[in-house]
Design a binder for this molecule. Structure first.
Ligand code: NAD
Ligand code: MG
Length: 396
């Protein structure tokens, strides 16, 4: 084994970040934590710094930096604290970093993730919103820098595992007919439709199979998560939305499938635990222990499949429309969704209004070509302003 890889974990205090650190801690000979970043959970970030002794930690403000520095000093840990987006980009692009794990939630992850791509780091991508917002530019940057981009999202990691190594020349060239993107259907798969008016943030965040951050949990409940993943898959695997079929599979044991022209369908199975795709992407093309228990098919018993119901899950239809429209439409969709999910979590709107707000913002904002990153941020800001106006009229 050569030297340990130096890893930056963007979003270390989140669900994916913590799962990553759990896998990394199992392989101290292979991985060394170079930088950890956090946002609000400073006590957790301090505990992670004490445990992993990174060279750098990044926090959002000077005040947070002072607090963390005090804690580090008391604990006798020699970690340097950096601040804000500049700090995030610095630890992503630092010459001593080999691998960046992009696990910040939402648009806030875009610049630091792109900084890692542009610096040619190996990038393990959980932050799907970054790719949804800026897909064409993001993938251009990947090609330009020749970086290795590996998907951590369990579905995309599964698809990657089911594809041959030379798929980059196009899915047609390797005989792929369709990609089957599986979805659990979330906590409201069978809730009577009129009751969706009254579901709470707590109910939306109680995912039946996966334990995740609050934003992606609400996205899973609305199936916007699958919509964002559809767009993510189009960019990662250079294919069109029409080639991707969403399949509801409530057990979340199959993490996605690839359907080939000869009739073969390859699937990747496993327990629903993010440590599997994280370990896969960290070690690829090798395999390492992730700490995940072996899949017990006898206790799973059965695997069910059903087609998604677009009346129940209008966000899926909106995302497919945005994917087909292309250009700036996915960035509008993403921004409106981020505002809508935050408003739902704050109890300012009802669950079905998430889709209503996004629908209206998509209708109001015309689709424009995107050839530079600044345009993405302008589109994002305009869509957020429209969503806030909608909230002003309809929110509590
Ligand atoms: P989380 O809410 O648990 O964690 C989010 C992390 O981002 C935290 O470390 C937080 O400090 C940081 N963060 C939040 N806002 C920030 C900001 N403005 N600036 C800098 N840092 C900020 O979320 P999560 O569930 O770990 O998800 C992270 C990303 O991974 C999301 O894009 C999500 O869609 C994706 N993802 C998550 C899972 C999962 O199982 N949780 C699976 C697949 C993909
Ligand atoms: Mg996923």
């Amino acid at each position: 084994m050569s030297q340990a890889q130096h890893i930056t974990v963007l979003g270390a205090t989140g669900s994916v970040g913590l799962s990553t650190l759990d896998v990394i801690a199992r392989h101290p000979d292979r991985y060394n934590v170079f930088a950890l970043t956090g946002f609000t959970r400073l006590a957790e970030l301090l505990a992670l710094c004490v445990r992993h002794t990174p060279r750098f930690a990044v926090v959002p403000t000077a005040e947070a930096a002072r607090q963390l520095e005090d804690g580090l000093f008391t604990a006798g840990v020699d970690t340097r604290v950096l601040v804000g987006e500049g700090g995030l980009c610095e630890v992503s692009a630092h010459p001593q970093v080999d691998t960046v794990l992009a696990a910040i939630v939402g648009a806030a992850g875009l610049r630091p993730t792109l900084a890692a791509v542009e610096a040619g780091k190996k990038v393990l991508l959980a932050n799907k919103e970054a790719l949804v917002m800026s897909g064409a530019l993001f993938m251009q940057a990947v090609r330009r820098s020749g970086t290795v981009l590996l998907p951590l999202d369990s579905e995309h990691n599964a698809i990657f595992q089911c594809l041959p190594g030379n798929y980059a020349n196009g899915l047609d060239s390797v005989g792929v007919r369709r990609v089957l993107l599986t979805a659990s259907g979330g906590p409201f798969r069978e809730t009577p439709l009129p009751e969706l008016e009254h579901v709470s943030p707590e109910q939306a965040c109680a995912h039946p199979n996966w334990s995740m951050g609050r934003k992606i949990s609400v996205d899973s409940a609305s199936m916007m998560n699958k919509g964002l993943e559809l767009i993510e898959a189009c960019w990662l695997f250079d294919t069109s939305p029409s080639r991707i079929e969403v399949v509801i599979h409530p057990q979340s044991v199959i993490h996605s499938m690839v359907d080939y022209v000869d009739g073969s369908v390859l699937a990747q199975l496993g327990n629903p635990d993010m440590r599997t795709p994280i370990a896969h992407a960290l070690a690829w093309p090798e395999r390492i222990d992730s700490g995940v228990a072996p899949l017990n098919l006898f206790s799973v018993g059965r695997l069910d499949f059903q087609a998604p119901d677009e009346e129940r899950f209008p966000c899926l239809r909106l995302a497919r429309q945005a994917a087909e429209a292309g250009d700036s439409a996915p960035a509008v969709l993403n921004a409106a969704n981020e505002v809508a999910v935050a408003a739902f979590l704050d109890r300012r709107i009802r669950f079905p209004e998430i889709a209503s707000m996004i629908d209206e913002v998509l209708n109001l904002e015309s689709v424009i070509a995107v050839s530079e990153l600044e345009t993405v941020f302008e589109v994002d800001a305009r869509a957020r302003a429209l969503a806030e106006q909608w909230l002003g009229r309809h929110g509590r």
